[in-house]
Design a protein around this ligand. Sequence first.
Ligand code: NAD
Ligand code: MG
Length: 389
Amino acid sequence: SSTKPKNSIAVLGATGSIGAATLEVVRELGEPWHLWGASAHSRILELAGTLQDFQPHYMVATCAEAARGCDRSRLPPGCELLVGPDALVRLAQDPSVDTVVAAIVGSAGLMSTLAAAQAGKRLALANKETLVVAGGLVTDALRQSGGEMVPVDSEHSAIFQALQAGSKREVERIVLTASGGPFRTWTSAQMADASVEDALAHPTWQMGRKISIDSATMMNKALEVIEARWLFDLPADKISVVVHPQSIIHSFVEFTDGSVLAQLSPPDMRLPIQYALTYPDRIACPCPKMDWRQPWTLDLEPADEERFPALELGWEVAKRGGTCGVVVNAANEAAVELFLSGELRFPEIVAGCRRILDQHHYTPSPGLDELMRLDRWAREETLKWAAQC
Ligand code: NAD
Ligand code: MG
């Protein structure tokens, strides 16, 4: 439960944008918080360097090939190196770990995130794709194990914080804010010719490549609608999206009496990461603060579902559940890769997801094996579809 201190941390995906920010937060927090272990996929030597001034018990290299160049002398003192995806599950379930920061990108994070949930950990969740793919399995596992989920995603952290002002039956709706991404003001015709560089140029956040492309298509917001559905156990029609280009208001909760609560702060992921680690407490944070002596203009505008058809996919998947999430997520992961390597045009990312979703054989409550089979199937279908585009 959340009353026991949860100070021993494992970071899965420690070389990424969220992972690196998490290491900074842990360093800044200091004792009693400490890093028990961390993983990297390919940049294991880089991680070994970063961890020299932490005292981790072990590091995990998920890519065996990458681990070859990393001998004992390169590791932090007293640190052991474990290799392969099974080691990731072992780290996520280590009895000495209280909080698992799930910061791997994509469904590659599924098994380790699920393992942390099964082991009753506090799951500090950045890896939203895991909830999109297997939200039912993760929430069931947490219920059975007595674990808990605290969001790292800034919008969900805002909602998690604002929800503390009322009870669940007093919630009318939640409203996720979206920056609108780099193409907020672009026409569909302009987006049709968008380059990889254009799509990676996010106006307010510095993030990994996959989520940056997701922000440009607004698939990121669609994934966040599905994430919210599982995190807060709300039906799709109680989840709204509004565009807010400044990324200062991180989301809203509207209560039944019409009161709306929000969480605001300059955009910096260290704040929601730290809150996930220190919850239910708040602790001083080195993030930039609101400067109340300067003027602020905070704009809100409705989201445009015609220019950003990904949004409709989000509500549809949140409503239908079952196998829809795994299929849309895998199609999107495959399509984003193809776009990044110049093999798909920008609008085809979401068009491909729609097509593969409509083609798939729906079932309402898939088990883990079926999810993994559909994950592979949707990737293969996306490749086949892209080849004839
Ligand atoms: P990133 O690309 O910067 O980092 C990804 C991490 O995952 C790296 O540590 C990498 O080594 C690891 N990884 C990649 N493939 C792997 C595999 N096959 N097996 C094991 N590990 C693998 O991504 P990011 O921007 O840090 O995003 C991580 C997650 O957090 C995503 O789910 C993203 O949607 C979510 N998120 C990110 C931000 C942000 O500001 N970056 C904000 C909210 C949510
Ligand atoms: Mg977000």
